[in-house]
Structures are given as C-alpha cells and as structure tokens.
Write a protein that binds this ligand. Structure first.
Ligand SMILES: Nc1ncnc2c1ncn2[C@@H]1O[C@H](COP(=O)(O)OP(=O)(O)OP(=O)(O)O)[C@@H](O)[C@H]1O
Ligand SMILES: [Mg+2]
Length: 615
C-alpha cells in the first residue's frame, strides 16, 4: 500500500486500561532499594481518523509517558492494558509503519536548508525505486502543507541564526510527514513558543488531521481559543485520567460536577488548576489529592466514560478478528545508499559551518606555528636535545587534544539527530559512525598535512621524506585517536562538559604515564610502567623518538669538554630513554593504527546499547 493510500484510509487509535510503571532507585548507590513507581493509571481514550487529541496536564502528570506508551517507544518499565490501531493490537512494527513521532526538542542539522533537511530524510525514508524528482515533489508538498514555502531555502539554524522556533517546529513535523503517516504523535509541539505561534502550530495540526490523519499531542498551558481546535481532550494529573472525551463536552461536564469556569478565565487553566496536585506541603497535597481522587471517581461513573467503554469494547471485539497490517512504503535497508546519503548530508552540514570548518582545518597549523615560535629552528648540538624532546612531546599531545575538541564541537548535534532517526528506525549506529568518519576524513587529513608540512620542515626535524611520512602518519592517528576518545565519552555521557572532562583526564593521564618525556619510563614505578602498555602515548613517543633520533649526530660545543656532553648521537639518547624504540618502530606504528581504529569502533557499542531516553 502506498503512503498516500495509507493516509487516505486513516487510522483509529483506541486504548483501554493502559497502565505504566517503572522500577526506580532514590539514590545512585548500588545498595539503594528499588522502588515500584506507577506513572500511568488505567488510561482510556479513542481518537478517530481525522481527529486531534490533546493530552493536557501539569508538569509530571504523565503526558509524555502516555504518548510514548501509545507510540510503543522503548521506554523501559512495564506497560499493561490494550492499545488498538484500526482494531488491530498495536506493535512497535505496526506503529513504525503507520505513525510518526515528533519529539519535544528539535534535533536538526543547523546548516542545512529546510528543503535539504527534508530531502535527505526523503532519501533515507522513501524507497529507492522513487526518482529524486518524485522525492522532491513529496518534499515540496510537505513544505506547502506546513506553510514553510517562504523559508524553504533558509538554513534551519541553531541557537543563534536561522528559522524561528515555530518554523523549526514545523520542520520537525515535516521530517515525520515525509512518509505521510496516518497517525502523528507530537510531544509538546508548542513548548517554548509564544501564544500566537503556538496557536498557528495547533491550527496546522488540526488541518493535518482533517486530511484523515489521527493527530495526538501533549500540550500544557494552551490559550483558551486553541481549545476549539481540539476534537478530543484528555486531562491528566499524577498519572490519573480526570477526563477523556470530546473537547466540546468538557465545559458542560465539569459544570455538572460543580466546577463552573469563572467568567473571563481560561477554562483550560481553570481545570488544570483544579486537578493539579499541590506538592508544596503535606496539607496542600492531602487536600488537592483528595479533590483529584474524587474527580477521577466522578469521571469513572460518568456517562462519557460509559459511552467510551462501550466503544472500546466494540474495538476490542474487532481486534480479535483483525489481522490486517498497513505498511507504508519505506526505503529498503541497503547500506550503501544509506551511507552515501548520511555522508553527503553531514558533509554539506560541515561545509556550511564556516567557523567550525575553519577551526577544524587551521587549529593544528596554528598550533604548529606556536611551537615553532617557541622552539624555532632546532640545532644539532647538546642543548637541542631538550628542545627536540620538547617539540616531540608537544607534537604528540597537541593532535590528541585537538582531535578530542573537534569531536566536542561537531559530534553532539549529529549524535542527537542520530538518536532521533535511529529511534525512527532509519539507520543504525554503524552507518552513523562510518558516515561521521568519512565526512570528517578530508578535514582531518588536510589539517594534519598543514601541521606537519609546516612544522616538520620549519623546525628542522630529521631531513628525510620517508621520516616525514612516518611523522605525518602518526600525527594523523593521534588526531583520530583524540577524536575517537571524544566520540566515546560523548556516547557514554550525554553532557558535553562531562564528556570533555573525562576525555581530557584520560589524555592527560596517558601522556603523563607513558610518553616518557616528562620522566623516563624506566624510572617510574613498575605498575605505572605496565599501565603504559595500555596507552597510545607510549607507542607514539617511541615512534617519534626513533624517527627523529636514529642516525642523528649531536655535536659537542667546542668550549665544552666531551665529558660534559651526555649524548654523542641520537642512538645513545634512544638507548637511555626509550630502549627498543628503533627495533619496534613498525610494530609500534601498527599498534598506534590499531589503537586509533579500535577506539573509533568502540562508541558503536555505546550508541547502540546505551539507550538514551531523550524526549
Ligand atoms: N523512566 C522513568 N523513571 C522514573 N520516573 C519516570 C520515568 N519516566 C517518567 N517518570 C516520572 O513520571 C512522571 C511523569 O513524567 P512525564 O514525563 O510523562 O510527565 P509530563 O506530563 O510529560 O511532564 P512535562 O509536562 O514536564 O513534560 C514524572 O514524575 C516523571 O519523573
Ligand atoms: Mg512531557
């Protein structure tokens, strides 16, 4: 069945007796007891095709949890109850085929235009049998449907420049609209927007629903006139349902209970104030919770509830017989076109980011210039040993740090887009990591060539093209290692500052323990010597020293007796400070390459298995 046909047919979503609970710990201590927490209690509802349902409630009432449960998103915890879509029991596969989920936060690449953003999504989502022209037509129709034509060529932007908040929200909705889903879930589509823009977004959702779609969204603090745009309303508090039913009947229903909305008040604000549990003190909690319990009881005895239960009972009966499954046309899961699209998209995003790109390309070179100013041209006398060693120490430390900072600047935005798109089932962690590596490859190679091309010859390291190539290769792997370490910590810790601190600490410790430049590795405690084998800096230092000192003649100044000169040649220095470095040169280069590559693969496991419950 085609996407358009699926939407044309429409889907009715019904849920009955849905409860959700999680196991929580009140502290991070491994000995803290695990406590059972109920988040949703016996929720019911029915939304027909062509209708909107607004889930309302104060913060923490369980709106997002309900949306996640209905959309079968893997959120942990235990879900009980029945959820049906067109009479068939919902499964995550079924939902993924017919529904789109717009998360609360916009996770978009800031440097792509609106059209590009949607076109890349079309390339990832729509089948390869569709031509690019057909995909573009779909993109243009989504742009038109969401009223984004006037900004189609504008960049999405991040925190500073780009689209307005409301336009960005529409793009996020557009991302889900590419497959023309017949069910659309949206978590807080109006959060952070002014009242006018929020109304405009809800109007758009209402129009989307009118085209035979089922639109379910959470919202808090809507303007009173927005209420007219809702077909169904669900009022929640502390996981309890206080009302589910038509928006029109809500006011009369509450007035029969004696809750008449005061004149000139926003009825939604009034009802939300009434049902919200006030946690400020035990006394306010007891009073407000008692009101909530009585309202829940009233609702469960109401005619609205009985009517809903009758309808839900009918749906459940159909469900026993229903086996049909609607499938939207999706892209096949072939890897190469996917990788191509992801790499192309990331490249465009990076190329457009002038500041980020300049930093990536020139940081290493500027670092090289800085060391050159400090060390200037190396001589081949005794004092040059210290300068030479100092240069090598800096040359080993710099690329690792710069690589790590490159990851901190570029990876988080792309990772967040990955979390969203992988949850939508578009591609996996391997395709994402590979595309990230490929798209950054040319900038990494260029940056290292600029650095080593300048500093190697300007400082006057051992004059040999072969040794220059070894130097450059090691520099490249060091930078790759640094960036991979950044990816690893950013895949483990969500916060960039924490990831940055963790990566910096690991790099510093590694350089300290194993480089041998600050203190000979022979003279450090044995356990630190063993730890050194697990660090890249040990192997990098040995390669650098062997590459530079082997065959180097160190002159003794004429005014000094030969006994005052510690090293006559480079070999003596190597033998004393890095014994075995020459013999192990190629082995060490292999270990460095292996280290950097392995570390690039490691984030895969975190990206794949550490579930981010991002909303
Ligand atoms: N996985 C979880 N573990 C522990 N508590 C959870 C979990 N998921 C949700 N909760 C708790 O359940 C309650 C409802 O959370 P939920 O995010 O659904 O609320 P919400 O109505 O969407 O709030 P908001 O308007 O602030 O987004 C909150 O108290 C929240 O802390
Ligand atoms: Mg929420």
């Amino acid at each position: 069945m085609s996407a358009a046909a699926a939407a044309a047919e429409g889907h009715c979503l019904a849920f009955r007796n849905v409860s959700y609970s999680v196991q929580v710990k009140h502290s991070r201590s491994p000995f803290a007891p695990v406590v059972h927490k109920d988040i949703l209690m016996h929720s019911h509802g029915l939304v027909e095709a062509g209708q909107t349902m607004a889930i309302l409630g104060s913060s923490g009432s369980g709106k997002t949890s309900l949306l996640d449960v209905l959309a079968c998103r893997n959120i942990g915890g235990t879900v009980t109850g029945d959820i049906y879509l067109n009479g068939a029991r919902v499964t995550s596969e079924l939902i993924q085929d017919v529904a789109g989920y717009v998360m609360q936060d916009d996770r978009l690449l800031p440097n792509l235009t609106v059209t590009e953003t949607l076109f890349y999504i079309a390339a990832l989502k729509l089948p390869s049998s569709m031509t690019d022209a057909d995909k573009m037509e779909r993109v243009n129709s989504v742009i038109a449907e969401l009223g984004l034509r006037h900004v189609a060529g504008n960049r999405v932007g991040g925190n500073t420049r780009g689209l307005s908040g409301g336009e960005r929200r529409r793009v996020s909705i557009g991302v889900q609209m590419i497959l023309d889903p017949s069910v659309l879930f949206l978590d807080e589509p109006t959060s952070g927007l002014d009242a006018f823009t929020a109304t405009a977004i809800v109007k758009t959702l209402s129009q989307l629903a009118r085209r035979n779609r089922t639109v379910i969204f959470t919202i808090h603090q809507p303007r009173s006139d927005i209420c007219q745009l809702f077909d169904q309303v669900m009022l929640m508090s502390k996981g309890y349902t206080v009302y589910t039913g038509s928006a029109q009947n809500m006011l009369p229903y509450f007035s029969t209970l004696g809750f008449e909305c005061p004149e000139y008040s926003n009825p939604l604000d009034y009802f939300l104030d009434t049902i919200t549990v006030d946690d400020r003190s035990q006394q306010t909690f007891d009073i407000s919770f008692a009101i909530l319990q009585s309202l829940v009881g009233c609702y469960e005895r109401s005619a609205t509830y009985t009517e809903l239960q009758t309808k839900l009972g009918q749906v459940a009966q159909i469900a026993e017989a229903a086996t049909q499954r609607q499938v939207l046309n999706r892209a096949s899961e072939s890897c190469l076109p996917q990788l191509n699209t992801l790499t192309g998209r990331a490249t465009v995003n990076l190329r457009r980011d002038a500041d980020g790109l300049n930093a990536r390309l020139t940081q290493q070179l500027l670092f090289g210039v800085l060391i050159f100013i400090f060390v200037f041209r190396l001589k081949t006398d005794q004092p040059s040993v210290q300068n030479r060693t100092g240069f090598l120490y800096e040359a080993i430390s710099g690329p690792v740090f710069i690589g790590m900072l490159n990851a901190m600047a570029l990876f988080p935005t792309q990772r967040d887009v990955f979390y969203r798109e992988s949850r939508d089932g578009l591609y996996g962690a391997s395709a994402f990591l590979l595309s990230y590596t490929l798209h950054a490859l040319w900038t990494d190679v260029t940056a290292i060539l600029l650095f080593s091309g300048f500093s190697y010859w300007a400082v006057g390291l051992y004059s040999s093209f072969a040794r220059f190539c070894i130097f450059t290769t090691v520099m490249y792997f060091l930078q790759l290692f640094g960036e991979s370490l950044g990816l690893l910590t950013l895949s483990f810790f969500y916060e960039t500052t924490v990831a940055n601190q963790a990566a910096s600490l690991i790099i510093s410790a590694s350089a300290l323990v194993a480089s041998g430049f600050l203190r000979s590795t022979q003279s450090i405690p044995v356990f630190l010597q063993y730890m050194g084998y697990a660090t890249l800096h040990k192997y990098a230092s040995e390669v650098m020293v062997a590459n530079e000192y082997q065959g180097l003649q160190l002159e003794c100044p004429a005014n000094l007796p030969p006994s005052a000169c510690e090293y006559q040649n480079g070999e003596q220095y190597i033998d004393e400070m890095f014994p075995g470095a020459v013999e192990h040169l190629w082995r060490n280069i292999g270990i460095i390459a292996g280290f950097a590559t392995a570390l690039r693969i490691l984030p895969y496991f975190f990206l794949k298995f550490v579930q981010r419950s991002l909303r």
